[in-house]
Design a protein around this ligand. Sequence first.
Ligand code: 5GP
Ligand code: ZN
Length: 139
Amino acid sequence: MAGADCLFCGIVDGSIPSQTIDSDEHTVAFMDINPATPGHALVVPRGHSADLLEISAEDLTATTLAAQRLSRRMKDVLGADGINLINACGATAWQTVFHFHIHVVPRYQDDPLKLPWVPEAGDPDEIAAIAARLRGENG
Ligand code: 5GP
Ligand code: ZN
């Protein structure tokens, strides 16, 4: 899905209104309409790609650098105490808009956000077995 069918392509080309806050040759940043915290924004590449698996190295680099630039600005201008960069890749991982984007979520000491998992020690054998698979080892 790209061009006329894609919400974020519409924001990039200006046919869909947004509160744009930063842009460069490769990227546009704008405010999320459902902010998790005050200042929550999204950074997207101007070129359409559906997700992390599809995006080119050049667009991924530019989008990541734009997210870093915006993070610094949120610290300076909004007084953010921290930042979360979040990317959802695939519907199972919570992606709802299929044009690659990085959420830039400013964090404040008293904000209500919680880690979405409970850290618990894993089984070392299972961790090692999965690590071996990811390294491409047989077994
Ligand atoms: P995802 O769920 O794919 O990780 O993130 C999509 C984000 O886009 C959501 O946080 C949602 O609030 C935001 N969003 C959805 N529709 C619009 C819109 O029309 N304008 C803006 N600015 N953000 C949107
Ligand atoms: Zn798009």
